[in-house]
Write a protein that binds this ligand. Structure first.
Ligand code: GDG
Length: 474
């Protein structure tokens, strides 16, 4: 079993003045660690530093192989093609994608390096699982080098509708790259259908949305909604020290009546400004009163080299400043804004401290924060306001669903969450918790790998019989 992802699952951390390698936190790593440990698995990826970065050959039973990137490749392949071309294009073009041929050449050459690294390392007949938009050419390149391998690909972000995908000057190569896999997985059925449609139109594949015939082979396509480490989160949320910290957070906020929370990578797709504008208007209308109602907004620093991200940060900080200027009192800001990442236990304590979780992306493949909040609400209280443009909205039907472009609707949804009858809130949270308990990240990995290994053409497109996979657009 070989996992191929942009990043290796390890990071350098300092402990007692010495540098060590440690497993990176995050759902993907915790989902795949059990599958890979015990000498049977390998992870191939970029170690997150310059070409000179030396990585151990093994960590906690997982073999590691580093794919180095030099500074120019980091700029053109990663910041450029991956994050300034594909990322905005695949997220409904909420920012204008930039098309540069040099970036595309770097994308091809880095994908080729990953494919060669896998081809040189995988055992005969191994299962290979390639992850995400940075590596869409790897399946085809790898198949040409190693036809004996079984190749799966999973896209963590949305796959855009035909009207947008057709803008991409290299659309054909991307589709051919993905069709090199035996199984192509998406977060939701709408994305799988978008992909199958353009595969039929652009490269002449035939077949249905779940099995395509291309180049004399069959390629299976399906939805595999990612989830969270529910049991691990419940353990943390049940820890008395974390619960104490949650109570302390509420006291530090001035024991308000309503604590609202937003936790996002500071990314223009996450709709943080919509949320701030809605809250500012609710204060202005007198429908929320500071400091009885407060918002804690964590913005995790992300892609700070990209001008779109720098502008987004400035825009958000200006909005926070305006709202705080108008609606705070001395020592009691209406919005507590942190531009920093927090430790996992602190994050769980924040989830426990929040009466209302605001998740309002303009487009999001899944959104794990929404599922983490639900997993952590061990006493079945709390309300989730969730964008219908997040993949998670298709499973968490008991959230208060919103269109984040509709400011009046968003204001009503926030007000609805504040006024939610406690019995109704508990019933909704119970049903959402059932979803994340039944379908956690281990179940996700198991479903994908089961489908990859299965010879049968039939794959499940919905892990949960209660889901309605086609009800919201991608
Ligand atoms: C992409 C897709 C898809 C955040 N801040 C801190 C922190 N986090 C963790 C959260 C959550 C993760 O980062 C963020 O995941 P999201 O799903 O919300 O968003 P993306 O980063 O955009 O992820 C997305 C995902 O891939 C998986 O397929 O759901 O749609 O865009 O787990 O908890 N963790 C800690 N400190 C922080 O400050 N420890």
């Amino acid at each position: 079993m070989v996992v191929v992802a942009n990043r290796l699952p390890v990071r350098r951390v300092e402990h007692n003045g010495e540098m060590h390698w440690d497993l990176s936190p995050g759902g993907l790593v915790s989902a795949l660690t059990p599958v890979l440990t015990g000498g049977a698995g390998m992870w191939i990826g970029w170690p997150g530093g310059g070409v000179e970065m030396a990585v151990p050959a093994e960590h906690e039973g997982i073999e590691l192989r580093a794919v180095p990137l030099d500074d120019a490749e980091f700029e053109q392949f990663y910041l450029g093609f991956s994050n300034a071309t594909l990322w905005p294009l695949y997220h409904d073009a909420v920012r204008t994608p930039t098309f540069h041929r040099e970036w595309w050449y770097a994308y091809m050459s880095v994908n080729d390096r990953y494919a060669r690294a896998v081809a040189g390392a995988a055992a005969p007949g191994a299962n290979v699982w390639v992850h995400d938009y940075q590596l869409q050419l790897v399946p085809k390149m790898l198949r040409a080098l190693r036809p004996d391998l079984r190749i799966g690909f999973f896209l963590h972000i949305p796959f855009p509708p035909q009207e947008l995908f057709m803008q991409l000057p290299w659309r054909r190569s991307i589709l051919e790259g993905l069709l090199g896999a035996d199984l192509v997985g998406f977060q939701v059925q709408g994305a799988a259908a978008n992909f199958s449609r353009v595969a039929r139109r652009v490269v002449g594949a035939s077949g249905t949305d779940s099995v395509l015939n291309y180049d004399g082979r069959q390629v299976r396509v399906g939805a595999f909604p990612i989830s969270v480490d529910t049991i691990g989160l419940i353990k943390r949320a049940s820890d008395p020290a974390v619960q104490r910290r949650a109570r302390q957070i509420r006291e530090e906020l001035g024991s308000p009546d309503v604590v609202m929370l937003g936790v996002d990578r500071l990314d223009y797709t996450k709709g943080i400004d919509r949320r701030l504008i809605a809250i500012g208007e609710l204060f202005a209308d007198g429908l929320l009163t500071g400091p009885q109602a407060v918002l804690v907004q964590i913005g995790i620093p992300s892609r700070e080299d990209d001008p779109h991200y720098r502008r987004e940060r400035e825009h958000l900080e200006q909005l926070v400043g305006e709202i705080n200027g108008a609606y705070s009192t001395v020592g009691r800001p209406a919005i507590h804004y942190l531009y920093q990442s927090v430790e996992v236990d602190e994050l769980v304590a924040l989830y426990l401290a929040a009466d209302i979780m605001l998740v309002t992306p303009l487009r999001d493949g899944m959104n794990l924060v929404a599922k983490e909040y639900v997993a952590c609400r061990v006493d079945n209280t709390g309300a989730l306001v969730l964008s219908e443009f997040a993949g998670a909205s298709q499973e968490l039907r008991d959230a208060i669903l919103v269109n984040p472009h509709d400011l009046d609707g968003l204001k009503q949804a926030i007000r609805h969450a504040v006024d939610l009858d406690p019995n109704e809130g508990t019933a909704r949270m119970r049903r959402m918790r059932r979803v994340v308990r039944r379908h956690d990240v281990q179940a996700w990995a198991h479903a994908f790998l089961g489908a990859l290994r299965a010879d049968s053409r039939h794959i499940s497109t919905s892990p949960d019989p209660g889901l309605d996979p086609g009800s919201t657009p991608n």
